[in-house]
Design a binder for this molecule. Structure first.
Ligand SMILES: [Zn+2]
Length: 172
């Protein structure tokens, strides 16, 4: 008999090898343009190259799988300024980031608003959002955000799940 409040453990609980976790669903997004205005002088500049980068997004909660955005973007060359610049993708993620703004905002909120230790925030993101973020990465985000004294690491973990997850992170 199952009711609305029935406890159902996370199906990934107890998995110790990252390769046994569900595979990420790939979603393609494009910021690939023929021309873009130069950010320095405003001149419309041709595409020089196309690059792809992968961003870890909030997971797919229906399938229970992580979701990766495969982002294609163009690089342009301004012949006037003799500079290269990329098509703007900052609506999705900060420069060089591996995670989307969405994931970063959720992680920081778990720590700053809910007061979770970094390890627990990391576990929550996996269990509830299906996105892997090492706790040290969350710590960097929180500290970079200049938010006043988030919880410190080394606090007791509320569940075993977090420990298992940490082990996975360390092995990666
Ligand atoms: Zn220019």
């Amino acid at each position: 008999m199952s009711g609305p409040g029935e406890y159902r453990p996370d199906p990934t609980e107890g998995i110790t090898r990252p390769e046994d976790l569900p595979k990420a669903k790939i979603v393609r997004q494009s910021r690939n343009f023929k021309h873009r205005p130069c950010p320095y002088c405003g001149k419309s500049c041709y595409r020089d190259k196309t690059y792809t980068r992968t961003l870890h997004d909030v997971g797919d909660l229906v399938s229970g799988r992580p979701r990766d955005i495969q982002l294609t973007y163009s690089q342009h060359h301004c012949c006037q300024c003799r500079k290269y610049f990329n098509a703007d993708v900052t609506d999705l993620a900060p420069p060089k980031a591996l995670y989307t703004h969405r994931v970063m905002a959720l992680a920081v909120r778990l720590v700053v608003e809910d007061g979770l230790p970094y390890e627990s925030a990391s576990w929550h993101l996996w269990r509830d959002q299906r996105v892997f973020v090492p706790w040290a990465t969350i710590q960097n985000w929180v500290e970079a955000g200049g938010k006043k004294g988030g919880p410190r690491t080394g606090q007791p973990l509320p569940r075993l799940g977090a420990r298992r997850l940490l082990r996975l992170h360390r092995r990666r």
